[in-house]
Design a protein around this ligand. Structure first.
Ligand code: IMP
Ligand code: MG
Length: 215
């Protein structure tokens, strides 16, 4: 089973005043739960684990937009650094897919794939799916079943976060950054109705903000 850094349910987090948070979000957040530096340190190690397991062949890194874009960019930078500083290296190409399943702070049953390249390009490749957060697991299960129709050689999933929730289908990614409490998280490209992607740290949203940015 994949190892992960566990953020406990009773984790108190960090006071917002201790970090740089954009002024426009100051009143919307409860606390900082994963500071940006810790995200980067954990991501560096995930890159090493992924290269150890997948480093034998050409890797296609598939970014699940929009929430995965920060993690994708930083993870690939670390993979690139490993590739250019060791005797063994593998070609790495990128692809993007857009998936939408969320309205306000609720996952809907309807997982929509809206855009991205032809998935058939992935036939015969080692595919690494890069996702921001797995909650129920439905998004990833839908994506995996779509992908299996394209006959990739290998598919691995890395998710920065996995939520501990009774709504989980039981699905677990191959690589996990952090396991987090059952709260709505924003920042580091995770959004609430498109807001908070422009926040570096992963934070807990307060109830007042859920109303303020509701659609
Ligand atoms: P799942 O299909 O329920 O696993 O949900 C996965 C998707 O829902 C993720 O890719 C996110 O885009 C979104 N999501 C789930 N939980 C959160 C959260 O706490 N904050 C922001 N987005 C979330
Ligand atoms: Mg996502």
């Amino acid at each position: 089973m994949a190892s992960f850094l566990q953020i406990a349910d009773d984790e108190k987090g960090h006071d917002l005043d201790l970090f740089c948070v954009p002024r426009h979000y100051e009143n919307d957040l409860e606390k900082v739960i994963i500071p940006h530096g810790l995200i980067m340190d954990r991501t560096e190690r995930l890159a090493r684990d992924i290269i150890r397991d997948m480093g034998g062949h050409h890797i296609v890194a598939l970014c699940v937009l929009k929430g995965g874009y920060k993690f994708f960019a930083d993870l690939l930078d670390y993979i690139k650094a490993l590739n250019q500083n060791s005797d063994k290296s593998v070609p790495l190409t990128v692809d993007f897919i857009r998936v939408k399943s969320y309205c306000n702070d609720k996952s809907t049953n309807d997982v929509k794939v809206i855009g991205g390249d032809e998935l058939s390009n992935l036939s015969g490749k080692n595919v690494l799916i890069v996702e921001d957060i797995v909650e129920t697991g439905r998004t990833m299960q839908t994506l995996l079943s779509l992908l299996s129709e394209c006959n990739p050689k290998m598919v691995k999933v890395v998710s920065l976060l996995v939520k501990r929730t009774p709504r989980s289908s039981g699905y677990r990614p191959d690589y996990i950054g952090f396991e987090v409490p059952d709260a709505f998280l924003v920042g580091y490209a995770l959004d609430y109705n498109e807001y908070f992607r422009d926040l570096s740290h992963i934070c807990i949203l307060n109830d007042q903000a859920k109303e303020k940015y509701k659609v």
